[in-house]
Design a protein around this ligand. Structure first.
Ligand code: NAD
Length: 461
């Protein structure tokens, strides 16, 4: 049996070798899920909610250990791993509180002997191919509501978060989800590819645009629900009336948190000329203060990159920006890191005098790097924010809510932030416009997305 080698991105050491699921094993597991799903969906919702509540309890009890597993395999600073797990508990609470509403049927007409009713049913067996950057969030956005709505979930965690995927399975099974109702498949792209070959009733993907497009092509002839949560190149505009220091401090965190490896991290900054210099000074000062170090240390803010190949992407973006007139204000190179040159370390990087000709302002960076461009007014900022094939989130910093709403309503993005950034709420739909994706998770709509409606037309004889 082939094995997946799991490396610690902080120091390059081998942590674990996990048995991988080949195509035959994937087919076996999906067939078992198909047999198990009807019994799961036949159980009353209250029972499924009890199971998920027990799962929540065990995540909470083991939070410290789960954070360590996540940090070891992704390099995410321990404090950020704990934040993710605590945030995940809040998301479970939301799903539990709104599951009844999302699954509720409805009578929409009753007159002249005719009744019309909507029933909501699970999709069946759904596939979930997931990313590594926030595995509890992006995996949990699918498997928690998916299971609550009565589906079986076949989950393919990223190869960079496979140990966390196995922890999820262990805790879900321990809480009472039958083994064949939640299945974790271990492997890389080919394991995901084998899952796409199976007779699934839905496919929910989180990852890059390139893989998302491949998945969309593979699933197109199947006529089942497909959701894609993909990348971004998220912009923020800092207006002339904004407090430049407060905005810079907030946006530095939005750009560098989790080493910039967030789908909604701030990657493009458009700053009004009236406050530009003060903003840049505060931005560079704040980013410089972020402590790089061993991700297992409590006070580390900047850890390594999870994937080694991303270092080349960042280096290419820096070189391209500099060649096109960008000014490197901070960082810009591979860092030795705290383990004597081992691991995937990159300096926190700020480049200004950026413009749309640069890869830095067009392509997702997914690292601790941000580009800044000076603008002269709202109209220019709006045009630049919309100058992208993505559309996940966008932000505006100004004390004037009317101004923020006016600008925000012209920006094409699934989420709009006013004086905040890099934020996800379980109460609001999470969706990408343009190449950032298809469909949505979170909010009540993001729970009922794991159901299909049946329309009943009922006439008494
Ligand atoms: P990726 O596309 O490299 O991998 C995602 C998953 O797809 C992994 O599990 C991988 O094994 C699998 N995969 C790879 N090739 C496959 C194939 N041919 N067939 C089937 N499965 C295949 O992405 P990644 O590096 O894990 O994640 C980073 C990306 O995810 C970034 O672009 C980020 O913006 C995006 N992301 C988006 C959101 C969102 O909510 N929109 C959230 C988190 C991450």
């Amino acid at each position: 049996m082939n094995r997946l080698s799991v490396f610690n991105p902080a120091d390059g050491s081998l942590i674990e070798q996990l048995p991988m699921d080949d195509a035959a094993r994937v087919a076996e597991r999906v067939a078992a899920a198909q047999r198990a799903q009807p019994l799961w969906s036949a159980r009353p919702l209250t029972e499924r909610k009890q199971v998920i509540a027990r799962f929540r309890q065990s995540v909470q009890e083991r939070l410290a250990q789960l954070a360590q597993v996540l940090t070891r395999e992704t390099g995410k600073p321990l404090a950020h791993s704990r934040n993710e797990l605590n945030g995940f508990l809040g998301r479970i609470d939301f799903f539990l509180a709104h599951a009844d509403q999302a699954l509720a049927g409805e009578q929409v007409f009753d007159a002249d002997g005719m009744r019309e009713q909507i029933e909501r049913l699970p999709l069946g067996v759904i596939g979930n191919i997931s990313a590594w950057n926030y595995p509890w969030f992006v995996g949990g956005n699918v498997f928690v509501p998916g299971l609550l709505m009565g589906n079986a979930v076949v989950y393919k965690p990223s190869e960079y978060a496979a140990m966390t995927g196995l922890e999820m399975a262990r805790l879900l099974h321990g809480a009472g989800v039958p083994d064949d109702v939640f299945v974790a498949l271990i492997g890389t792209g080919p394991t995901g590819g084998a899952l796409l070959e199976q007779p699934l009733d839905g496919m929910f993907f989180t990852g890059s645009v390139a893989t998302g497009q491949r998945i969309a092509q593979a699933m197109a002839p199947r006529m089942v629900k497909l959701q894609l949560e993909l990348g971004g190149k998220d912009p923020t505009y800092v207006c002339p009336d904004a407090d430049p220091v407060a905005a810079a401090q907030s946006l530095a965190d939005g750009a560098m948190y989790n080493a910039g490896q967030s789908c909604c991290s701030v990657e493009r900054l458009y700053v009004h000329e009236a406050i530009y210099d003060r903003f840049i000074e505060a931005l560079v000062g704040t980013v410089r203060s972020f402590k790089m170090g061993d991700p297992m240390a409590d006070d580390t803010y900047l850890g390594p990159l999870t994937r080694a190949p991303q270092i080349d992407v960042l280096q290419a973006q820096v070189a391209d920006a500099q060649a096109r007139g960008g000014r490197l204000l901070l960082g810009g190179a591979r860092a030795p890191g705290p383990f004597g040159g081992k691991g995937n370390w990159f300096e926190a990087t700020v480049i200004d005098r950026a413009d749309r000709s640069m890869m830095l302002m067009r392509d997702e960076s997914f690292g601790p790097i941000v580009g800044v461009q000076k603008v002269t007014g709202d109209a220019q900022a709006i045009a630049l924010m919309n100058d992208t094939r993505y559309g996940l989130t966008a932000g505006v910093y100004t004390p004037d809510e009317q101004r923020a709403r006016r600008i925000g309503s012209e920006v094409r993005a699934g989420s709009l932030y006013w004086n905040c950034c890099d934020r996800v709420s379980p109460r609001l739909p999470w969706s990408g416009w343009g190449e950032s994706g298809l469909g949505l998770t979170l909010s009540v709509e993001g729970i009922s997305t794991f159901t299909r409606p049946k329309a009943w037309h009922l006439r008494k004889n």
